[in-house]
Unconditional design. Structure first.
Length: 298
């Protein structure tokens, strides 16, 4: 028995290492992340760096990074270089414009999520699917077959998954304080956004607010860990989608909901994503055989 336990531990460690580092799969998920991340960053930040707001040197460099490198990343042209420069731009937005310059709009919790996604896209072979780079490679003779394959390492995708897990874990951890656990913060949100200044006279209002607060913490802690359990991933993703849809409908969370939806792709097997896309693009029904020309009726 003592000999079996070390072997079992080594087997588990080997499987974990394979999942974390050695696993490979379809790169179509990276392409979706690439396009989605650029669109989210543009929607949130690009307007502040257009010409009508004036240009200093730092604003001009940031605008070029967001717009030019963002566009090249979006279409997948010179993807490796463009996505790296785009990631550096988002890091500059967060640290330089946000923390150093003190612009609060760049240091919200959802801001870091978009910055992290841009970095992970830059680390991934995100130009191997749905990109101009791939189109050029397919139409250029002499390209090695391994560079044409929509396949690559999955460890950057694991980083996306860990980032989403961290959002849930620390979001729940930060709520472990009396103001939230008692339901007072939930009451405040309800009165601010829906009710008004008069305290509701319902007898069960404080209890309902406390149940909602504790339920939120349990959902976030649960998703932080259970999304990694293969058999529970589908129901957990459904719970996450409904949970964030509810947040979007009731609170001013900005692009956070869409950012999380994009990150949830990291918990779906990339090969499954590949097959689903193939299915969506497949013709409906059997192809119709061509009909012979019929003589003109007189």
């Amino acid at each position: 028995m003592s000999a079996t336990a070390p072997n079992l531990d080594r087997s588990r460690a080997s499987k974990l290492w394979t999942w974390l580092v050695d696993a490979e799969g379809s790169t179509r998920t990276y392409a979706l992340l690439r396009v989605g991340t650029v669109c989210l960053c543009w929607a949130e930040w690009a307007e502040a760096f257009i010409g009508t707001h004036g240009y200093s040197t730092d604003r001009l460099l940031t605008a070029m990074g967001l717009q030019l490198c963002g566009f090249l990343t979006l279409i997948g042209l010179y993807t490796r270089v463009a996505s790296a420069l785009f990631a550096l731009t988002t890091l500059a937005l967060y640290y330089y414009w946000g923390h150093y310059k003190g612009v609060e709009a760049y240091i919200h919790h959802h801001s870091w999520l978009m910055v992290a996604f841009s970095v992970f896209v830059a680390l991934a072979p995100a130009g191997r699917s749905y990109s101009v780079d791939r189109w050029l490679a397919l139409h250029r003779g002499g390209t090695p077959r391994e560079k044409l394959a929509e396949r690559g390492p999955l460890w950057p995708l694991r980083l996306v998954a860990f980032q989403i897990s961290a959002v849930y874990f620390w979001g729940a951890y930060d709520k472990l304080q009396p103001g939230f656990l008692s339901g007072v913060r939930m009451q405040h949100h309800f009165m601010r956004f829906f009710w008004g200044s008069d305290y509701p006279q319902w007898s069960g209002f404080p209890l309902l607010a406390q149940v909602a607060a504790i339920g939120t913490i349990l959902v976030e802690f649960g998703l932080a860990f259970l999304l990694f359990v293969p058999r529970l991933q589908l129901p957990c993703i459904i719970v996450a989608v409904l949970f964030h849809w509810g947040l979007y409908e009731t609170l001013p969370v900005g692009p956070f909901t869409l950012s999380v939806y994009l990150g949830l792709l990291a918990f779906v097997d990339p090969n499954v994503v590949h097959r689903i896309i193939d299915t969506l693009g497949a013709p409906v029904g059997p192809s119709q055989p061509s009909q012979p020309n019929q003589p003109n009726e007189r």
